[in-house]
Design a binder for this molecule. Sequence first.
Ligand code: ATP
Length: 131
Amino acid sequence: MASPGKQTSKNHTFAQSLRHAWSGVRIALREERNLRRDAAGAVLVIIAAILLHAQRTDWLWLAAAIWLVIFAELGNTLIESLVDFVTHGTFSPQAKKIKDLSAGVVLLTAFFAVVVGALVFVPLLWTCLFN
Ligand SMILES: Nc1ncnc2c1ncn2[C@@H]1O[C@H](COP(=O)(O)OP(=O)(O)OP(=O)(O)O)[C@@H](O)[C@H]1O
């Protein structure tokens, strides 16, 4: 049987699965500067939405945009780690293609978040400044 820190068998309880999943999120936050930047951006967006009295629909769009960006960034981290695990840091055109495709997904998701942010915050700021 493997020692507790070197488990390779399936998780036996929900608590065990949760512990390992949460450990994955903590690793990503510790090692990925981009993810920390996205999380900080999400906090700022939430504070701005509270201050500008965002409505229910605004919150839904903002939540979707924030969640998509964080999801894409986590997926990108996963793919980068897999590629590094397979290539051991050796240059490979296929590895470059996979990593660049993955980064492209993050870029498009970030673009969506910027559009959502503009559509939500411009009217809110307008109301706040001119009403
Ligand atoms: N093994 C490899 N073979 C070929 N190109 C690679 C390899 N590893 C990384 N690259 C190239 O270097 C770029 C940056 O690598 P990597 O994604 O690991 O760094 P990063 O700074 O974590 O990226 P990101 O800013 O997207 O999180 C990749 O997008 C890819 O173009």
